[in-house]
Ligand binder design. Structure first.
Ligand SMILES: Cc1cc2nc3c(=O)[nH]c(=O)nc-3n(C[C@H](O)[C@H](O)[C@H](O)COP(=O)(O)OP(=O)(O)OC[C@H]3O[C@@H](n4cnc5c(N)ncnc54)[C@H](O)[C@@H]3O)c2cc1C
Length: 394
């Protein structure tokens, strides 16, 4: 007999831990959190770490210490789900059964989408904070760069707060400017969006910094392939087809959900194999006892940690309404992209699923570069994350 739980959550990242805590607070009896990783990371700090502004080890915790009281940690990877039998098979063989299943296993690099990129990572001249194993190397590479061509790329959606690549880029440019080497570095930005993030009025707040740092922007363009011997990057877009003699490629691979989601028949049929949930109720479109949130689900907006507060609440409310009756809650698609533009100012993009501004406070325009928003994102938010968000308190 498989171990049986009221709720099984696959993925102990930001979404899974926050939801587990919230469900325990709501009185759900037995909750299991399935995750093979020994470590839980506060991922938004990865960009600061890559730019040399933070030590990542301060923002990592052993997984067991962030699992909420009363929640059982199952330290294995889910390999298969049988939605009819309501069971999850684990990588060590046995399975667990559930009444409700929540899918939030995050995104993983889809290297095959960009030929040559993985070789360039192995060679050491391509990096990104979005591939955490390489974040330390990204820091060393950005900090030591003194001349030549550096290419940053915003990954196409789905991506885990992909627009924050701009954070690493602006922080690096600010450093190079202060060290008086920026004039010798030819900085390129490749973005799949029109303009920068494809979001006005945020783009117009960012454009002056593009000018100040002398960055060449290739918009509505993607990195198509990387020639790791020639050190060139092929682009698929409107401008020049290739950038030659690249010193450093800060190129983030495309992302996809872990394969077990699609292999279990719970994917949306797209290349990224996201869990197919209704973006408003976050319930699976075919399997009524399955829910999904976070980066790996079709939440219909650009994924971010800031989007999870609302998503956790919607999933918890709708699971409770399902059991005890009550009104269905809806997720409106709110999401955030914080972009540091220098080492002490930050622009906060808050938008809905159509990219329209969705400010959380009306009295202050947070899209304006501000010291206060930088201090909040860099210093206050990590404390809120570990003390409140992961405890289901926000
Ligand atoms: C570099 C970077 C910078 C970011 N900056 C910001 C920011 O400034 N602001 C912001 O709001 N958001 C930011 N984000 C986005 C934010 O971190 C994510 O949106 C958030 O972490 C998503 O949470 P999640 O739980 O869906 O996925 P994750 O946090 O990725 O967690 C997924 C978990 O699932 C586990 N898992 C994977 N496969 C399996 C399996 N088969 N079985 C069991 N478990 C599995 C993984 O081990 C992992 O622990 C950033 C992300 C990155 C990568």
């Amino acid at each position: 007999m498989p171990a049986a739980f009221d709720t099984v959550i696959i993925g102990g990242g930001n979404a899974g831990v926050s939801l587990a805590a919230r469900l325990k607070r709501d009185g759900v009896r037995s909750v299991a959190l399935v995750d093979p990783s020994p470590l839980h990371r506060y991922r938004p700090m990865l960009n600061y770490a890559a730019a040399g502004h933070a030590r990542m080890s301060r923002y990592e915790r052993p997984m067991a210490t962030v699992v909420p009281d009363g929640v059982e940690l199952v330290p294995h990877a889910a390999t298969r789900i049988d939605p009819d039998a309501q069971t999850v098979t684990l990588d060590n063989g046995p399975s667990v059964s559930y009444r409700d299943l929540v899918l939030c296993p995050g995104l993983t690099p889809h290297w095959e989408e960009t030929p040559g990129l993985h070789d360039a990572y192995i060679d050491g001249w391509a990096v990104s904070a979005h591939v955490p194993e390489y974040a330390g190397r990204a820091c060393a590479a950005l900090v030591r760069e003194r001349e030549g061509t550096v290419v940053f790329s915003i990954p196409p959606e789905p991506a885990s707060c992909g627009g924050t690549v701009l954070k690493a880029m602006f922080l690096a440019c600010d450093r190079w400017q202060r060290e008086d080497v920026l004039g010798r570095i030819d900085v390129h930005l490749v973005t799949p969006f029109r303009g920068l993030l494809g979001l006005e009025p945020v783009d117009s707040r960012l454009r002056p910094f593009i000018g100040e740092y002398g960055i060449t922007v290739h918009d509505q363009t993607r990195v198509d392939a990387v020639d790791h011997h020639a050190r060139s990057i092929s682009l698929d877009g409107q401008g020049p087809a290739t950038i030659e003699q690249v010193n450093l490629a800060y190129v983030t691979p495309h992302s996809r959900a872990p394969r077990f989601v699609a292999d279990s028949g719970l994917g949306d049929g797209g290349d990224a194999g996201l869990a197919a949930v209704d973006p408003r109720t976050l319930r699976h479109v075919d399997a009524a006892s399955v829910w999904g949130l976070g980066d790996a689900a079709t939440v219909g907006t650009r994924p971010s940690g800031g989007a999870l507060r609302a998503q956790v609440s919607v999933v918890a409310d709708n699971m409770r309404a399902d059991q005890h009756g009550g009104r269905e809650a809806h997720y409106d698609g709110y999401t955030v992209i914080p972009v540091a533009v220098s080492r002490d100012r930050l622009v906060l993009a808050e938008v809905d699923r159509d990219g329209r501004p969705a400010p959380s406070i009306s009295a202050v325009d947070l899209t304006k570069p501000r010291r206060l928003t930088y201090a909040f994102d860099r210093y206050v938010q990590p404390v809120v994350y570990f003390r409140k968000l992961l405890r289901g308190r926000v």
